[in-house]
Each structure stands twice: as C-alpha cells, then as structure tokens.
Design a protein around this ligand. Structure first.
Ligand SMILES: [Zn+2]
Length: 485
C-alpha cells in the first residue's frame, strides 16, 4: 500500500509531510512559526516574523532575472482542528496521520490540513529549488486565517516588496480566482417598553423551519428562502387582516448564514383562532409553491401557548415588521463585466424582538467596496426609518477583479500550454485574504489558485493527489514566466 512518501511530486509531499508533523491549529501557531523561520534561515534567506505574527521569507532573483516583477507566494500557517467524535487526538500536541485512499490523501479521523498545508508546502518547494529560474521572491505565510484572517488584517503597509501575489489557498485545480467579496455587518437596535396584552386575547407560537439556509456568500446566488423574510410576510398579513399583535420574533442565529428558522409568538382575539390557523396553512402552501425546486418542503406550524402578560406596542411592531419586510435581501447586483457572478448581496441574518429589546443583524457583501458601502447605507436606512439605531461593524475590503491583469493573462496562456485546456476564471462571493492584503498593499496584481481539496474544515478533508502535481507544475511555470517590471 502506498503512503505519502511515494507520491509525486516528491518535494511538495515531503514538505507537506513535515507540516503534518507540526501541531498548528488556529490560535496555536508558535511551533509552525519557528519551523518556517528555521526553514528560511537554513536556506540562508532573510526570514522574519512581522508584528502581526506572519512569517516573511525573501529569496533574491536568480542571475539574469533581476528585472522581473517580484512575486509573493502566500498561504496560511494554521489549520482547522476538527475530528470524528470517537477519535482521540490532541491538535496542540499530536501529528496528523495521513492515509492514501486511491487518488485521495486523507487524515485518519481528523482534518488533514491540506488547507493550506499544500499551498505552503508548494511555496517551500519553490524556495528550496536550485533549478527554478525566478525574479525576486517573497513568501508570506499568515497567522490564524481560519478564525478571522488576523495575520492578514495585521499586515503593515510596506512589509511586502513584490508586485504580484499568488495566493495558494484555493480548493479547485484548474480555477483561477481573480476577485472576492468584502463584508460589513449592519447592526440595528432598539429598546422599547412593553404594553399589557389586550383582555381576552389568546396566544400562539408560529414556527417556520426546514429551510436549506447555507453560506450567505457562496449560496446566495441559489435564491433560497430566507426565514426572516417569509416570517415578515406572514406577520404583515396577520396584523393587517386579523388584528394580530406581536409578543416576540426570533429568526436566524449566525451572521454569515442564510437563516433557516424563525419563530414568533403572537396574540389575537379569541374569536380569530380559526382565521389565524388557516392563514398559517395558506402561507405554508404558498411558500412551498414559490420555492418548489429550490427548497425541500418547508414547515410552517402554529401551536397555542400560554398568554403572556405583555407584548410589543403596536406602533413599534408595525414599524419593525415593515422594516424587515422592506429590507433588501439576496443578490442585489451581478458584476456587469462577468456573467452570473454576484457582486453585492445581503442576508437578513438575525431578527430578534423580545422583552423590550429589538435587534437586526445583516451581513452585506460586495467585491466592489463602493457598492458594498452603498448597500450597507441602504440597509441601514431601512431600519433607521423604523426608529432604530444603526451601526456598522467589522468592515473588510473586497477584491475587485481586474480582467486586464498581466499575471492573469500570462497564467491563462501558461495553463493552456501546459494542460491543453483553458483554466476557468472565477470571482468568489466570500472573503479571502487577498481582499484584506490587497487593501493594505494597493496595486498588487493577485491570483488565487490551488490543488483540488474536498470537504476542507471537516474530518473528511481530502487532497486529490493528481491535482497536486498539476498545481505545482503550474506554479513553477508562473514563477519562471513572470512579466518584467
Ligand atoms: Zn485556507
């Protein structure tokens, strides 16, 4: 049976094997930092840890290549620590054990760390090589990408000297990523004084569930249902037609997901019990009809609950429901020059009104910062009209694609020469370190690519072995054929 030591290209797999021996879960990167610094120093290269904890290694151009543009090979040093429930493994102490299963390399019941160990291993192989001809090279290995891109955010302007950045942290061989989305959280809040429930009213809880949800960037183009949006439609109608009052409403629980569930407690005159039960059933049928083919059947249920003493005052309730109903949701715009590629989106992630406090959290994403900011303003306006306080938190930049990039054109040609097929060029609607690093270092020409990985961040993580040679050969070709200054 073959092992990691038998795989091709040997230099890349040898370096990856070394990385599997070093515990490096996010937040515990001391050992891997030391390893990388020693790697650079043993090659006699300038090697240092910057203020943010990133490792930078520099390798001068080979003779005759000094007038080439400087290339930065970039990856991240940490890995996501996930294991099967029955697996005994201490990510801070134990090495990752690998298995070859057909064309896949996996770990034994844990994440493999091919994200981004293979990117770092490939960069190490380029730096070790005595054969590859190259212009000035830098290696940037960032700290704690997986938990919040802390190393990338902490990078100081001027740390990097190169003009081209090759990010080696993508997961589909044959794809060149040329843009990503930035993001900003919009947080709207309000405090109110509850009022007594009307005499004779009875209370119900309505629960919407079974939606598919998903990643608010990668899955937003699929047009899935948003539990908060559907609940707003129901409540709007229930208030208008059946004199319903709102006691509480909670939907969604992750700022970067499409909300899958929402529930609300409402009160209603006792005489209207049948009307509200029928309305819930009608909306369940309507929602399932509207989302047939996108959602598997969604459930909208009503149950009677004990009547509470107090509820939301009706003017607050009406404004709040109106604002959620009016709030833009889903894909807002596609990139004009790149078909079927999302530029801006929002996800109406979390809605909560209960016990005198209301809060709404939305993650607005956009590859073009000005459009992302315009969307954030528009979303905020919706809730400030409802009398809520609106703030923005955690803004980070997108990476605006440049279809005229010289490294993109060079790499497209090289890919075709090497593999007799076209590479696909994509923009990802999620955050990448390129967005953050590009904002700190304006003018960088960037591409993100990598070998094919499956199920990263899970114990099922695997690296597709044949893709690693293609990825490395392509990387070497890019380094050797870098455009001149
Ligand atoms: Zn990664």
């Amino acid at each position: 049976m073959s092992t990691i030591h038998d795989l091709d290209p040997q230099n890349v797999w040898k370096n990856f094997y070394s990385l599997t021996r070093i515990p490096r879960p996010s937040g515990h990167v001391e050992k891997i930092t030391e390893f990388l610094i020693n790697f650079g120093k043993n090659l006699g290269l300038e090697s240092f840890v910057d203020e943010a904890g990133n490792v930078v290694i520099r390798k001068p151009a080979t003779p005759g290549m000094e007038n080439k543009r400087g290339i930065i090979l970039q990856g991240h040093m940490d890995m996501v620590p996930q294991k099967d429930n029955d697996k005994v493994h201490d990510f801070e102490k134990d090495p990752i054990e690998t298995l070859v299963e057909g064309d896949w390399l996996t770990a034994d019941g844990t994440t493999l760390g091919a994200d981004d160990g293979l990117g770092v291993a490939a960069a190490m192989s380029v730096f070790e090589s005595k054969e590859i001809k190259h212009g000035p090279l830098e290696m940037l290995v960032t700290r704690d990408e997986e938990t919040g891109m802390y190393g990338a955010f902490g990078l100081k302007p001027g740390t990097l000297k190169g003009q081209i950045l090759l990010n080696l942290d993508s997961e589909s061989e044959g794809m060149l990523y040329i843009g990503c989305a930035g993001g900003v959280d919009i947080v709207a809040s309000l405090q109110y004084k509850e009022v007594p429930v009307r005499k004779g009213d009875i209370a119900f809880k309505v629960t919407l569930s079974g939606l598919r949800g998903g990643h608010s960037g990668m899955d937003i183009c699929l047009g899935r249902a948003n539990a908060n949006k559907l609940m707003a439609r129901f409540l709007h109608e229930a208030v208008a037609q059946h004199d319903v009052r709102l006691v509480s409403w909670e939907g969604g629980n992750m700022r970067n997901a499409i909300p899958r569930e929402a529930h609300a407690v409402i009160t209603i005159p006792a005489s209207k019990e049948q009307d509200i039960t029928a309305l819930v059933k009608n909306f369940e049928d309507l929602f399932n009809k509207e989302y047939a083919g996108i959602e598997t059947p969604m459930k909208f249920l009503i149950e009677s609950v004990e009547t509470p003493e107090s509820e939301v005052p009706d003017e607050i309730q009406d404004n709040f429901i109106d604002a959620v109903d009016a709030c833009q949701n889903g894909v807002v715009r596609y990139i004009p020059a790149i078909p079927d590629t999302v530029e801006t989106s929002s996800n109406l992630a979390i809605v909560k009104i209960k016990g005198g406090k209301a809060e709404v959290i939305i993650l607005a994403r956009g590859s073009l910062d000005s459009m992302k900011d315009a969307l954030a303003t528009s979303l905020g306006s919706c809730f400030s009209m409802a009398g809520m306080k609106v703030v923005r938190e955690g803004s980070y930049s997108g990476w605006q694609p440049d279809l005229n990039s010289s490294i993109l054109n060079e790499m497209k040609q090289l890919y075709k020469q090497l593999f007799s097929t076209e590479a696909s060029v994509k923009v990802i609607h999620a955050g990448l370190e390129c967005g953050v690093i590009g904002a700190i270092t304006p003018g960088l020409d960037m591409i993100s690519f990598g070998p094919t990985l499956r199920s990263p961040h899970s114990p099922n993580e695997g690296a597709y072995i044949p893709s690693v040679k293609k990825f490395y050969d392509f990387l070497v070709a890019a380094v050797e054929n870098v455009p001149e200054l």
